[in-house]
Design a protein around this ligand. Structure first.
Ligand code: SF4
Ligand code: SF4
Length: 137
């Protein structure tokens, strides 16, 4: 069965190859990848998350537990965290695919879309049944 946007193209006598129309006008399309699942259930797919931000979150959680265990006052804990975070920002992220971008917040990576890593999204193979025209304005 063909879905909207697919066109059958005849190849020889008995075979058909499906060629999909370009999906650049789709609201879920981003740099050759598909955000449909993420837009449908934001945050649900752990595999889409930026590994560097996940590591930072785990680090922050463990810091909070330690601060709590030591009974640190909030202002002291905040000061320590700010210092540690400043150091982290200067360290190598450890991600081989990190593409520096001074305009984005930590981890300052062009592949980072909030906490999603664009490289981890499924590839868009062309217009599919979930195609949604980009909204204007
Ligand atoms: S056309 Fe389909 S696969 Fe491509 S970005 Fe849109 S929803 Fe995703
Ligand atoms: S490429 Fe960028 S967005 Fe993706 S995991 Fe690495 S740092 Fe995060």
């Amino acid at each position: 069965m063909l879905h909207c946007g697919q066109q059958p193209v005849k190849r020889g006598e008995n075979s058909l190859k499906i060629i999909r129309l370009p999906a650049t006008g789709c609201g879920h399309f981003i740099r050759g990848r598909c955000l449909y699942e993420e837009n449908l259930n934001p945050g649900y797919h752990q595999g889409y998350r930026c590994a560097v931000l996940e590591k930072l979150q785990a680090f922050y959680d463990s810091f909070l537990t330690q601060a709590d265990a030591f009974g640190l006052e909030e202002s002291v804990a905040c000061g320590i965290w700010e210092k540690r975070f400043g150091e982290l920002c200067r360290e190598d992220t450890g991600c081989q695919d990190h593409k520096p971008d001074g305009m984005n917040p930590f981890p300052g990576c062009q592949n980072c879309l909030e906490d999603v890593c664009v490289l981890k999204l499924p590839e868009c193979l062309g217009r599919c049944q979930n195609f949604t025209p980009k909204s204007r304005g």
